[in-house]
Ligand binder design. Structure first.
Ligand code: PGA
Length: 246
């Protein structure tokens, strides 16, 4: 159960969040709990979450180890700061703040793995694709250009997220059935490329307007292994309710 804070919260607000959130999930061990704060908050989050069952991740990495890449952060830097996970290829990076391509998503995923981070590789179709019935086509293309380029050993270490762009931050959630169908497709593509065992073990998260009042319907779906939550992860109470639906 993952929370993506996007560009919200200062280091001080991060510490306050954890003061409230930690007791709410204390001892809860039915799932991994991961929070992805803005990079500048990672040290505060790592320190606040130490000793708790909560891991910290980055929202983005660059594939180089170091170099003249103004504004970027390497996987090694995230690891050194105490992060254990990273998002890769979030739709806001693909379509809003950058124009990340599938090839870049693959390079970032490989860099994350080389540094010992667990990447959550995000995929999802835009509204126009959804309306045109092109969801499967987009997911197959993103899969083929991205994670399909990993080795079997690398693939065993990644998680995936299905995030229909039209459902992100819009209050419009994909129905559990729509999400489950997309997850099934990602699992089928995984099976074709990496075999049935690897496909069954892949954790696929759903993301897009997940809230405490729709989480149970989503988690009932066999295909949905967890969720990647934006807005509703900013509040300790609401995120703890979502976590406990695992
Ligand atoms: P949202 O964001 O829950 O605010 O829709 C989800 C995401 O982008 O990960």
């Amino acid at each position: 159960m993952a929370g993506n804070w996007k560009m919200y919260k200062t280091p001080r607000e991060t510490a306050t969040f954890f003061d409230h959130f930690k007791p709410l999930v204390d001892g809860y061990d039915r799932c991994d709990i991961v929070i992805f704060p803005p990079a500048i908050d990672i040290p505060a989050a790592v320190s606040a979450a130490s000793g708790a069952n909560i891991a910290i991740g980055g929202q983005n990495i660059y594939w180089g180890k170091e170099g003249a890449f103004t504004g970027e952060i390497s996987a090694e830097m995230l690891t050194a700061a105490g992060a254990r996970w990273t998002l890769v290829g979030h739709s806001e990076r693909r379509h809003v703040v950058a124009s990340e391509t599938d090839a870049e998503v693959l390079k970032k995923t490989q860099a994350a793995l080389a540094a010992g981070l667990t990447p959550i590789v995000c995929m999802g179709e835009r509204l126009e694709d959804h309306k045109a019935g092109k969801t499967n086509e987009v997911l197959i293309r993103q899969f083929a250009g991205g994670v399909a380029g990993l080795t079997e050993e690398q693939f065993a270490l990644v998680a995936a997220a299905y995030e229909p762009v039209w459902a992100i931050g819009t209050g419009q959630t994909a129905t559990p059935e729509i999400a489950a169908a997309a997850h099934k497709l990602i699992r089928e593509e995984s099976e074709k490329r990496f075999g049935s065992d690897a496909a069954q073990k892949l954790r696929i998260l759903y993301g897009g307007s997940v809230k405490p009042d729709n989480i149970r319907g989503l988690m009932k779906e066999f295909e949905i292994d967890g969720v990647l939550v934006g807005g509703a992860s900013l509040d300790p109470e609401s995120f703890s309710k979502i976590v406990k639906a695992a």
